[in-house]
Design a protein around this ligand. Structure first.
Ligand code: ZN
Length: 127
């Protein structure tokens, strides 16, 4: 469990303000019954990232279960989704890099920088 960098904090702030439902559903998917408490922990952290050190063990549970994983090792959808053999068609390291994460959530286009760039250059070269 680590503290969040500014790129990840920006993504969480965006989600909290624009897509709180996504956070709540994610928390519930992780088995959290009181997902409003997850939102509370997130608000507390976004108010001041230094608050991380003051989290109670119950709050840390929400953080480790439903907040950190939301913006950590987020899988890239790749160029064409999952390949027939089940492997990823991602041209990068199969995860969305922190710098691309905000764009990915905003555009609901869950791809890493490399896949986004490759697809755009493919369209440029094949028109
Ligand atoms: Zn990718």
């Amino acid at each position: 469990m680590t503290t969040l960098n500014s790129a990840k904090l920006s993504v969480l702030r965006y989600l909290l303000h624009n897509d709180e439902e996504l956070i709540i559903e994610f928390a519930q998917d992780q088995g959290i019954k009181n997902s409003l408490a997850t939102i509370g922990v997130l608000n507390y952290l976004l108010a001041d990232p230094e608050n991380f050190s003051a989290l109670s063990s119950a709050q840390k549970y929400h953080y480790a279960t439903a907040i950190e994983p939301l913006v950590t090792d987020v899988p890239c959808d790749g160029m064409v989704g999952t390949l027939e053999d089940g492997s990823s068609s991602c041209r990068g390291d199969t995860f969305i890099d922190d710098d691309s994460l905000l764009r990915a959530f905003q555009l609901e286009d869950m791809r890493c920088q490399i896949c986004v760039y490759d697809k755009e250059s493919w369209y440029r070269n094949n028109r």
